[in-house]
Design a protein around this ligand. Sequence first.
Ligand code: CUA
Length: 160
Amino acid sequence: MERYEKTFLVLSAAVLVAFLVALAYATIAMHIELPGKAGVIPIKPGQNVAAAVLATAPFNHPGVTKIGPDQYQVAIVAQAWTYYPREIEVPAGARVTFVVTSVDVTHGFEIPGTRVNMMLIPGYISKLSYRFRKPGNYRIICHEYCGILHHTMTAVLRVK
Ligand code: CUA
């Protein structure tokens, strides 16, 4: 009986160590990290979220901005059931920082095949950087149910 106890203790410890190693590998080697809360939209008393978002930079002029050598910021506003802008173009290999928010309900922001995956909460700014090394058309999809046309909520990122 004691022998089995020891075996199970060793096995449970081994599983914990394996999880820690996997976590360390994901964060250090694969650079997988959780998107952080990048900020909040200042909302004046009586103002609705949509008006506040559209009055706040960079969401008053959504789109691509070159912010440094080989670095681009892509500001996007999500609204049921689309993204503004709906088509974005960035050069391959550049560091692209997405700065995204929602004007109405909770939306998602996912680019399948990459680690770009954020939740967009009205009034909050979500931010994440990624380098697209392979040229091509990447689909941006909403992966948080946001109403009857949720499945049509997409945009295109062209990497040239
Ligand atoms: Cu937006 Cu689902």
